[in-house]
Write a protein that binds this ligand. Structure first.
Ligand code: ZN
Ligand code: ZN
Ligand code: ZN
Length: 373
């Protein structure tokens, strides 16, 4: 079997499993629009635009792809999937409505979360008797549980991102801007054969590190700064994501203390990630530790997010999420403490759940306090 045949087979199997779930949940059609949903189900890396591209997975018959004529040349082998190409004056909403209505006049339709509102609104006009719902509640049941192959790719991406971080530590930091360090970081990631992440990198120095999603800016890094580095890359469409906080020159007692608290909290979170536990138990484990140290008000985000084809996907590691942790799940454990106008510390690793019940870290870059020049 060639790789292409293997991929085609894998995508067919995913669509087949989705169809079983659809029957179980009474959903007639799943409409995947250009996003990780479409890539997951058919290996199509289409870009979203004003011209709709929609993969309709139907509970009762073969899937159909409705696609602009000018986008058909780059399509992978789609097996038995019917392809309907439309021209510049075509009516994709009407075409799609006919496909969806084929077997049921009052269909229940699930659609990708990121579908353009304009496309959905036109489809709703074309399908006045249909009911619509988001697709994620169904598709998450598949995407949250990674296969052995997906886990292998996530772990390999993690190994490479570890090496990129290690290589970055050879740089000098003082007197350089966040943007410069961000560029060096991107280069190190590419050197490892990863493609650029769809976000960041976050290079947040000094007081900027107290803003969890700060992006690299013109600030010049100085002696005495903390530097929070949150970055990733992509391997075969799968995402890597890591955060380390390093320090330029000798840190204060206060910084050392906060760093130790976050490191212990992150450890506690990884230890709480066990098959059978609820997602929110992992959040509670890190949060309790940080609260006990008196920093509850300064941990201002959830503990983590699932990861796979998207850098943020289900399961979210947050209070109130009672999703049971299953083998094959992959998510981040990334507690942080952010002291406004002073500094922030976050430590993040991706973990995958293996068959034995515990968590394996995909990223193992050193977590001790690294002091750079
Ligand atoms: Zn984030
Ligand atoms: Zn993350
Ligand atoms: Zn991150």
């Amino acid at each position: 079997m060639t790789n292409k045949q293997r991929d085609q087979h894998m995508h067919e199997e995913r669509r087949e499993r989705l169809r079983h779930l659809m029957v179980e949940h009474g959903v007639d059609a799943c409409l995947a629009t250009p996003s990780s949903d479409m890539f997951y189900l058919a290996g199509i890396a289409a870009h979203a635009s004003e011209r709709p591209t929609v993969l309709a997975v139907l509970a009762s018959s073969e899937s159909t792809l409705v696609v602009p004529q000018l986008e058909t040349s780059g399509l992978p082998n789609l097996g038995a999937t019917r392809v309907i190409a439309y021209g510049e004056t075509g009516d994709p909403a009407g075409t799609l409505a006919d496909v969806v209505r084929e077997k049921n006049d009052r269909p229940l339709v699930a659609i990708s979360d990121t579908a353009y509102a304009s496309h959905l609104l036109r489809l709703q006009l074309a399908l006045p008797t249909a009911a619509f719902q988001p697709m994620t509640p169904l598709l998450r049941l598949l995407r949250m549980r990674k296969t052995g192959q997906e886990i292998r790719v996530l772990r390999e991406a993690g190994n490479r991102i570890d090496r990129a971080f290690q290589a970055l530590l050879e740089e000098s930091f003082a007197e350089r801007t966040e943007v410069e360090i961000g560029e060096r970081l991107r280069k190190r990631v590419r050197d490892e054969g990863l493609s650029d992440a769809a976000w960041g990198p976050i290079v947040a120095s000094g007081p900027n590190s107290a803003s969890p999603h700060h992006e690299a800016a013109d600030r010049r890094i100085a002696d005495g700064d903390a530097i929070l580095l949150d970055f990733g890359g992509q391997l075969e469409g799968y995402q890597a994501d890591i955060t380390r906080t390093i320090h330029v020159g000798e840190p204060s007692e206060k910084f050392r203390h906060v760093y130790g608290v976050v490191r212990e909290a992150q450890e506690a979170g990884v230890n709480a990630a066990r098959v059978g536990a609820e997602a929110q138990a992992v959040d509670a484990a890190t949060r309790d530790m940080i609260a006990a140290a008196g920093f509850a008000d300064f941990f201002i985000h959830r503990t983590g997010h699932g990861i796979g084809l998207d850098v943020h996907e289900e399961p979210y590691i947050v209070a109130g999420n009672s999703t049971r942790i299953d083998p094959g799940m992959a998510f981040s454990v990334e507690p942080g403490v952010y002291l406004p106008r002073e500094f922030g510390v976050r430590i993040e690793d991706i973990v995958v759940m293996d068959g034995t019940g515990g968590a394996i870290r995909c990223t193992e870059a050193r977590r001790d306090l690294v002091i750079v020049g």
